[in-house]
Design a protein around this ligand. Sequence first.
Ligand SMILES: *Cc1c(COP(=O)(O)O)cnc(C)c1O
Length: 223
Amino acid sequence: MTDVAANLNRVAAGIPEGVTLVAVSKFHPVEALRCAYDAGQRVFAESRAQELAAKAPALPDDIEWHFIGHLQTNKVRSVIPHVALIQSVDSARLLQAISSEAVKLGKTVDVLLEVNVSADGTKTGMSPEDFAALTDEYDPKLYPGVRVRGLMGMATFTDDRTVVRRDFEALRQLFEKLRAGAFASAPEFDTLSMGMSDDRDIAIDCGSTMVRVGTDIFGQREY
Ligand SMILES: *Cc1c(COP(=O)(O)O)cnc(C)c1O
């Protein structure tokens, strides 16, 4: 049996002040989440709309849920009522869909833009080109239902820590550039979500403000 509480305490102890620990609970049963909750964890992330919709009502309502998976536009409506932050906005079209759905519900939804800086051909996140097209002259009036809080990204899937560091540095630079540029008048643009079980130390070193940790807390996922 995985000792979720002990794992959580160990992970949390390694996370500096000012960095938010998000417990990535996808594919783990509600009982495992309950253990983390009882050990003090309040921020959890899921990657599938249905799983989120099933788990959220089964757990205490002071949990802050994040969404970190690829989100189809037709699932936006079912996700919004549960989430505090959608970290995985990977297209302008999705941003538009979240905004218009939020407006209909009379809400403002916090989001992160997911950008792909890795060199390994994975397709998660916006390409640098699409990202530039959306953000170079970002106009918040086009997306009245969302608040862009920052960026989310992943490093290249590799054991080469030099490559991982390079990717996180690239994310950090993009974040700083936008903070001084297109989002200079948006103080809420304050979140740089990067770092997972295997690379959070490097990410924190490179300026991460939010780490997303699954395996090191809950053990291996069973798909
Ligand atoms: C699954 C997932 C994580 C957690 O990964 P671990 O290696 O288990 O810590 C973090 N971020 C995203 C976007 C994920 O999909």
